[in-house]
Design a protein around this ligand. Structure first.
Ligand code: TRP
Length: 432
């Protein structure tokens, strides 16, 4: 079975929350343990610059996200775990892809279009407050993926368009410069729940409705207590439909536990009791990682070391690959070109040799580069006719053979094909 390469990035713009854990960290860690896959996970800090202006927050988020992944069981020995900005080949590749991607494709990107629509609706300039970084976001993401020729990119539905754009970039580049990139595919994790947040909308930094993954136990309890419910009193039957609390529970509970909760809802469990069960269930899964997380957060040097080791593994792939890509597009050292040209010229060509024998007659022979006799002429009375015959042979070997005024003998074990090839090599060298 061939090894499939999976790659995914997580933007370092905030503190990881339970939605990130359930939707991305937990499945990715599980996935990385499979032997038939090779996994690349990275901290997308260049992407974070697009939305976060606070340098301290970028740094803090990078630390927290790295610590979360490691605490959740990601084994940096088994996977390539690195920070995007430690791989300068990625922004370099971004430029190459920028040059093969149609601008119209970027105009149609959902995130960019949403910003434009919002501006238009508000009567503002369409590009008001839209950075060129936001516009270019999909190209940077394409470079992340193509840099390592990932086959599969596990992402949420909202990212599918970006993967299609990466495919587009791979095809355009390959079309121009030869097959260098694998067109990636999105691996949509449909079975993975999108976690609702405290207010029932999707858990997201932008809605400010998140439960931090490593909130201390007491804070976790308080936050779960604040998840919105309806106003049904204790002992009233409750509906699991549209219950954020139930959905969150489901993401952590076994099928049996979920079923039990469904029945508890039907038989009128109080919201307070339900929240207590949910809290204990989540804490049961998170608590063992919490200590590891704290230890890591308190030891940034250790995380830095892990990321540096990851960057070395990533660059062991990226640096030579980028060398190949630079060469493909024509960014080449001039020295090498002169060398190859000189070598090509020296690539030993066959030669025609004209000479006069003691009999006073004129002859020629065609020799291969290594001196093997390919063709030997009979005697010409005039050197001029011998020369004309050579020219005629180069123009059209078969015709010249037929019209030759003197006999021509092929060398021992030489075929017509070999002579034709030798003549073609001479012609090509003359035209070069
Ligand atoms: N855009 C992704 C997100 O917001 C993060 C990301 C950056 C990414 N580069 C990537 C995901 C490459 C997958 C592959 O979630």
């Amino acid at each position: 079975m061939s090894i499939e390469r999976f790659l995914t990035g997580i933007t370092t713009s905030g503190t990881p929350h339970l939605g990130n854990y359930v939707g991305s960290i937990r499945p990715a860690v599980g996935h990385s343990l499979r032997s038939e896959v090779e996994s690349f996970y990275f901290l997308a800090d260049y992407h974070a610059l697009i939305k976060v202006e606070d340098p301290g927050r970028i740094q803090r988020s990078t630390l927290e996200i790295a610590a979360s992944w490691l605490a959740a069981g990601l084994d940096p020995e088994r996977v390539v775990f690195y920070r995007q900005s430690d791989v300068p080949e990625i922004p370099e590749l971004t430029w190459f892809l920028t040059c093969v991607l149609g601008k119209g494709v970027l105009n149609r990107a959902h995130a960019y279009k949403a910003a434009v629509d919002k501006n238009t609706a508000a009567g503002n300039d369409p590009d008001s407050d839209v950075s060129a970084g936001l516009f270019m976001y999909p190209v940077l993401m394409g470079a992340d993926i193509l840099m390592f020729n990932a086959h599969k990119v596990p992402v949420g539905r909202d990212q599918v368009q970006h993967i299609e754009m990466a495919r587009d970039m791979a095809h355009s580049f390959n079309h121009r410069y030869g097959e260098h990139f694998v067109p990636p595919e999105a691996a949509i994790e449909d079975h993975v729940a999108t976690l609702p947040g405290l207010d029932g909308r999707k858990m997201s930094k932008s809605y400010d409705n998140t439960i931090p993954m490593f909130a201390p136990r007491e804070q976790l309890k308080k936050l779960i207590g604040s998840i919105v419910t309806d106003s049904k009193g204790p002992s009233e039957p409750k509906s699991v439909e549209g219950s954020a609390l139930f959905q969150i529970y489901q993401a952590f509970a076994t099928a049996d536990e979920t079923e039990a909760m469904r029945q508890a809802y039907a038989s009128g469990i109080s919201w307070g009791d339900a929240k207590h069960i949910v809290f204990e269930r989540i804490d049961q899964e998170i608590a063992p990682m919490r200590d590891a997380y704290q230890a890591l957060i308190n030891n940034p040097a250790k995380i830095e070391g892990v990321l540096q080791a990851g960057a070395a593994k990533a660059r062991a792939i990226a640096t030579p690959f980028m060398g190949q890509i630079r060469h493909a597009v024509g960014l080449r050292t001039l020295q090498t070109q002169t060398d190859t040209a000189a070598k090509a010229a020296k690539v030993a060509l066959p030669v025609f040799k004209q000479y006069r024998e003691h009999d006073g007659q004129f002859y020629f022979k065609l020799q291969s580069a290594n001196g093997q006799l390919l063709l030997q002429s009979g005697a010409f009375a005039s050197p001029k006719v011998a020369g004309q015959t050579i020219a005629a042979l180069q123009a059209d070997f078969i015709a010249a053979l037929r019209n030759c005024p003197v006999p021509l003998h092929m060398g021992p074990d030489i075929t017509e094909g070999e002579i034709t090839a030798a003549l073609q090599a001479l012609n090509a060298a003359k035209q070069a």
